[in-house]
Design a protein around this ligand. Structure first.
Ligand SMILES: *[C@@H]1O[C@H](CO)[C@@H](O)[C@H](O)[C@H]1NC(C)=O
Ligand SMILES: *[C@@H]1O[C@H](CO)[C@@H](O)[C@H](O)[C@H]1NC(C)=O
Ligand SMILES: *[C@@H]1O[C@H](CO)[C@@H](O)[C@H](O)[C@H]1NC(C)=O
Ligand SMILES: *[C@@H]1O[C@H](CO)[C@@H](O)[C@H](O)[C@H]1NC(C)=O
Ligand SMILES: *[C@@H]1O[C@H](CO)[C@@H](O)[C@H](O)[C@H]1NC(C)=O
Ligand SMILES: *[C@@H]1O[C@H](CO)[C@@H](O)[C@H](O)[C@H]1NC(C)=O
Length: 377
């Protein structure tokens, strides 16, 4: 292919030259049918258009997605808008009444600063809405989507200017169950009733590095979540209400989380991944038998967090052989802990505890260092 082009070059050169000299030669900017994409103007994609299921709008010079921009495109299943530096605003009712629409992606539009309330309205089949790397300053209004799909996924990521998740933010989005992937944003605060009216399967809040406050009533009115990921946030505490449904808690690199609510609040916890050097230290004093092991260890762990917080280095671990990162997994009859270091390729099994719930006996303890690291990479 390349060689052939080479041979043709003398012939093509005069044809290509004007193209190369055109200042706005964006090879991937292509306004698809039936749309019109006027530079610095408003996008229009009027339907109906038989057979049009995927609408991909990338590198377009438009400034506005107006109300009813896609009116009549009743077969469209996926709309993707990305890589547009000129897009500034999405009006109310822009995505309105598109009954087959199942996916909307709005990504890498850094000058998109405003999505009017009601921009997404009456989209009963919508299953996936992703709004990432934009300039919006408020959480987009998703409360009029009225989707009835099971496990609706809302992804809001890398929007550095959104600071708050207000109350009732996801009310009306979906009446079945949802996964919220809200990561890498500018969130500082999650308000009371934020998840009111939702059935939450999974709530990912990881990498919201400014997230400091989660109102104690954030989960009021919600069912769930089953999975909660608060890794790499500045959260100092978890709300005390709503933890009973959590079966998986992930809190790696959550250096401000010094204290966990008492173990009793986590009635269904099966699996916790908590990164803290001090977490390993909780296991330094092995329990005597006859203790309610899984509960007392949790309390000690919280205390240890407090006393050794902000020392994420080897120092606190020197006595225990436990490297900085560890995984702690509890099952009703089994407590299993593995320590591993992220920096070196080593993998150390610090302890393996098998507990018989009736008698709380420590049945086995293994302390070894291996190098399973290579396998993982
Ligand atoms: C959904 O799309 C199909 C064709 O893909 C079409 O026959 C049907 O009418 C559309 N549904 C609605 C509600 O417009
Ligand atoms: C959600 O709404 C749909 C359509 O209105 C309905 O069929 C379904 O039963 C509702 N689901 C729940 C859990 O209410
Ligand atoms: C929570 O949601 C319900 C409806 O699901 C609503 O009636 C109630 O006012 C909401 N509570 C708050 C405090 O916003
Ligand atoms: C362990 O203790 C907690 C509260 O201290 C209690 O709710 C739980 O039932 C106990 N577990 C067992 C197996 O006795
Ligand atoms: C918790 O800490 C106390 C003292 O700090 C100690 O006596 C007890 O054995 C510890 N329990 C566990 C399960 O580590
Ligand atoms: C931690 O210990 C490992 C070896 O055990 C060493 O390679 C590493 O440099 C230490 N890190 C710090 C921050 O001291």
């Amino acid at each position: 292919m390349r060689r052939r082009f080479h041979a043709l070059r003398p012939l093509l050169a005069p044809l290509l030259l004007p193209l190369l000299l055109t200042p706005r030669a964006l090879p991937r900017a292509h306004c698809p049918e039936p749309c019109s994409c006027p530079p610095d103007g408003a996008l229009r994609c009027p339907g109906p258009w038989a057979g049009l299921t995927l609408l991909s709008l990338t590198y377009l010079p438009i400034k506005l997605i107006p109300s009813q921009a896609f009116r009549g495109l009743n077969e469209v299943v996926k709309i993707e808008i990305s890589q547009s530096d000129s897009l500034e605003k999405i009006e109310a009712n822009a995505f309105d009444n598109l009954l087959n629409l199942s996916e909307i992606l709005i990504q890498n539009t850094k000058n998109l600063v405003y999505i009017e309330p009601g921009a997404f309205r009456n989209l009963p089949r919508l299953k996936y809405l992703s709004i990432c790397n934009t300039g919006i300053q408020e959480l987009p209004d998703v409360t009029k989507i009225f989707s009835s799909e099971f496990n609706f996924i809302l992804e809001i990521c890398d929007n550095l200017h959104i600071t708050t998740i207000p109350g009732n933010a996801f009310q009306g989005m979906n009446n079945e169950s949802i996964t919220l992937k809200l990561y890498g944003n500018g969130f500082e605060e999650i308000q009371s009733h934020a998840f009111n009216g939702t059935t939450l399967i999974s709530l990912e809040l990881k990498e919201n590095t400014h997230l400091e406050k989660m109102h104690n009533g954030a989960f009021w009115g919600a069912t769930g979540p089953s999975i909660l990921d608060i890794s790499s946030t500045k959260l100092q505490a978890l709300p005390s209400y709503g933890l009973e449904s959590i079966h998986t808690l992930i809190a790696t690199s959550s250096y401000s989380l010094k204290k966990l609510p008492s173990r009793e609040k986590f009635t269904n916890l099966l699996d916790a991944t908590l990164t803290y050097p001090s977490h390993c230290c909780a296991f330094r004093n092995l329990p005597t038998k006859e203790q309610n092991f899984s509960f007392s260890i949790f309390e000690n762990f919280s205390k240890q967090c407090e006393s050794t917080a902000r020392r994420p280095n080897n120092e606190t671990l020197s006595n225990t052989n436990c490297p900085p990162v560890f995984f702690f997994l509890t099952l009703p009859a089994l407590v299993w802990m593995v320590c591993r270091s992220p920096s070196i390729n080593s993998f150390a099994t610090c302890g393996f505890f098998l507990i018989n719930r009736k008698h709380f006996w420590l049945e086995s303890l293994v302390a070894s260092r291996g190098s399973f690291g290579d396998k993982r990479r």
